[in-house]
Ligand binder design. Sequence first.
Ligand SMILES: [Zn+2]
Length: 465
Amino acid sequence: MQKLSRFWTRSCLSVLAGLALVAPWQQIAAQAPAAPPAAAAPPAILFQGVKIFDGISGQVSAPRDVLVRGNKIERIAAQVAPESGAQVINGSGKVLMPGLVDAHWHTMLAAVPVATAMMADRTYLAIAAGAEATRTLMRGFTTVRDVGGSSFGLKDSIDGGLVPGPRIFPSGAMISVTSGHGDFRTFHDLPRQIGAPASRFDEAGDSAIADSPDEVRLRAREQLMRGASQIKLTAGGGVSSPNSPLDAVTFTEAEVHAAVEAATNWGTYVTVHAYTPAAIQQAISAGVKCIEHAMLMDDATAKLIGQKGIWLSAQPLPDELANAFPRGSVEWNKAQEVLAGVGRTYELAKKYKLKTAFGTDVLFSAPLAAQQGALLASLTRWYTPSQVLVMATSTNAELLKLSGKRAPYAGELGVVREGALADLLLVNGDPVADISLIAKAEQSLAVIMKDGVIYKNQLAPRAGS
Ligand SMILES: [Zn+2]
């Protein structure tokens, strides 16, 4: 017995010494081949002669020099003398703008077909999501707010330098009720007992079923423990879920409130998937701070969102969305109803000057994921190009601030100004004059920088050139 306890003491001590008091997952991130080793003075990168779209003013400035040191923008001036050892990028004739933010993205589910998402091996899904994360960054999206999906491991891999990808503000599993949006179980999985072992969907971590305030609180706290920067509930029916009618209000107010309490106590907030006035209004009275979609809202509900200062996270859904489902199926019909409401939602958002964020909500479609920039550009149906680009940069970054200290990245996002994080795009041309440039990232983006690291540089001298 004594021997055993000595063994445990020794093992525990050596384990603690080996870990240097960090958790195993932090160690994994620390071992990853990250950015170059930190030198005494971080290397400087100087963008020379770039016009600036700062993400706030909506204007493009006269040519300036922008000095990046480490992961921040250090100086912006008419001229900055290049210091020795600095990398100089000649940006003459180009526009420097903040990296784009997608406020409604599903890192794990965007680009794989629905059947694959449901059936494939988790390792395959993680690698596929990693590849899509790299493509997301190469489209100029340097930050995504993930509103449903087990993205924590991929986020750590990206942050640790294992795979290029955007910053992720993760929600973890979207929390739903039995039969709600996000419940992909079959009838064979029923009945479930409260307190029964988790289903394979719950274990995968993309969605979590909760049917009482206590279960909602538990599921919310599990996501917070994993590192969720906000909590996502599905407060009403959804298009792709087989058993949730669009008009259904899924949670009770007490259930939504349980999540709000857990999130608020943790310094962050709850956002809900909701289309209808009833689902939106109940969520607001339960203390929710952001509404996703709202495609079926009415005038009075829009007015309420404005009065309460709630965020609207809206998406310019493409017509192709309907074709993701067999023509005439329940899902296809639900998609028609939602698509018909897109224009009205934006009109109401403008009428009541709602705090409106931009997202895409691409699910289960690689071709649509590739359209991420084009979806942003399609907002010109309701906004000027300048307003569109402000929305996808500083406005979306404003929404991210609702996460408070649960925000995974310290520093200012979505703007080009001194002291802000260096997430930057150098555009071959002026995206305010021609927003279609954003849809053609491969040709249009000369440089993509995230956190001060260059991930793409068309202007770098090539071997033999
Ligand atoms: Zn979504």
